[in-house]
Design a protein around this ligand. Structure first.
Ligand code: CUA
Length: 386
């Protein structure tokens, strides 16, 4: 018997009730998946002028593509149905080489590419414009390290790590570089990703080649935005996270003021002369931790704490560490147990971390040889820096 595969029978099979049910179920799952969950690194949820420029370009190109898709499908469907095989119908006219059609399908796509290129190039230039003479712009120096982020505020005298605080509604200028390899700073809701490069020596009088990002966080968009290093930089690349805390200008100023004032427990409490004892009672574990951190360990070779003799610059600045929500560049919640874990064995949390652990060295440094008790005390001290 001759097997007939006419367009009609194919269509019939495709549309049979069972297939339709499967298709509907699939579509429903796709829709539900799209509605599910929180996506903190969602690049479709812009919070700055920069991110909105990219987003609106993306959305307009998407919808124009949909128009073209619909047109192509409509023509395709027309052809499939109009010229389908039927028993009493002769073969349709065959076309071999057609100048008009050749020109149409060369010029058509070329015009589409031009139509996409014009707004794209405009967006590229718009996102490269510095705030210029805007004296109000806040400059933050972003420095990539294997595997964490340093944020310096040169005009404010603040230096912090991994959690960048920014005011909403004020132009921000990120001046970016790296101390080791190429990283890429990317907080999707704030803007596009941009490489941070090691600075090469330049002739005297020339500015080193920083990379820059310029944006203003929308006035009503206070919140925390997560980011991730977006350029492979070594074994802990995927664990090099960051977060940006967008605050009202008043809250931001308070954060700066808080940072600039040394924590009560940062250095030894002042002694009340009359009573000959500390003016403030503090947890003995904190006292012990401070002594170990500042005087008996190698911590201060790499770390700084404002208001103390700890002035190391290789590792993250730990001033007011107790106020950060995470440690280890966004890997662990900032709790005493996690600080203990991190200080005793950072490589168990983040393979490749440059910090030496208690038993195992790291980043070319020998182990710290701190006992569990000592690590617990240091964790208490660092947690008290609020
Ligand atoms: Cu830093 Cu990847």
């Amino acid at each position: 018997m001759k097997v007939k595969t006419s367009a009609r029978s194919v269509l019939k099979t495709a549309l049979c009730a069972r297939s339709a049910r499967y298709a509907l179920a699939l579509i429903a799952v796709a829709f539900l998946a799209a509605c599910q969950g929180e996506y903190p690194q969602n690049s479709l949820d812009p919070k700055t002028d920069f991110a909105e420029t990219i987003h609106s370009l993306y959305v307009s190109v998407f919808w124009w593509s949909m128009v073209i898709l619909a047109l192509v499908w409509a023509v395709l469907a027309y052809i499939v149905i109009r010229f389908r095989e039927r028993p009493d119908r002769p073969e349709p006219k065959q076309v071999h080489g057609h100048l008009g059609m050749e020109i149409a399908w060369t010029i058509g796509p070329a015009l589409i590419v031009v139509a996409i290129a014009i707004p794209t190039i405009q967006a590229v230039f718009r996102t490269q414009i510095p705030p210029g003479e805007d004296a109000n712009a806040l400059v933050v120096e972003v420095v990539g390290h294997q595997y964490w982020w340093e944020f310096r505020y040169p005009d404010l005298g603040v230096t912090t790590a991994n959690e960048m605080h920014l005011p909403v509604g004020r132009p921000i200028t990120l001046k970016m570089s790296s101390v080791d390899v190429i990283h890429s700073f990317w907080v999707p809701q704030l803007g596009g990703k941009r490489d941070v490069n090691p600075l090469r020596r330049v002739p005297d009088g020339e500015e080193p080649r920083y990379t820059w990002l310029y944006f203003t966080i929308n006035d009503d968009e206070e919140g925390t935005f997560l980011g991730q290093c977006a350029e492979f930089c070594g074994e802990a690349h995927s664990l090099m996270r960051t977060r940006v805390v967008a605050q009202s200008p008043a809250e931001f100023d308070a954060w700066v003021g808080n940072w600039l004032t040394p924590s009560v427990t940062a250095s030894a409490p002042t002694v009340d002369a009359a009573a000959a004892q500390p003016a403030v009672q503090e947890d003995p574990l904190v006292t012990e931790g401070r002594n170990i951190f500042l005087l008996q360990s190698t911590c201060v070779a790499c770390h700084s704490v404002r208001g103390t003799q700890a002035q190391g610059v290789i590792g993250p600045n730990l001033t007011r560490l107790g106020n950060r929500s995470t440690i280890g560049a966004g890997l662990l919640e900032n709790t005493p147990e996690n600080l203990f874990r991190w200080i005793s064995a950072p490589h168990d949390v983040k393979p490749g971390a440059r910090m030496p652990g208690a038993q195992v060295g790291g980043g070319g440094f020998p182990p710290t040889n701190l006992s569990d008790e000592q690590v617990r005390a240091i964790a208490a001290y660092l947690g008290s820096l609020r």
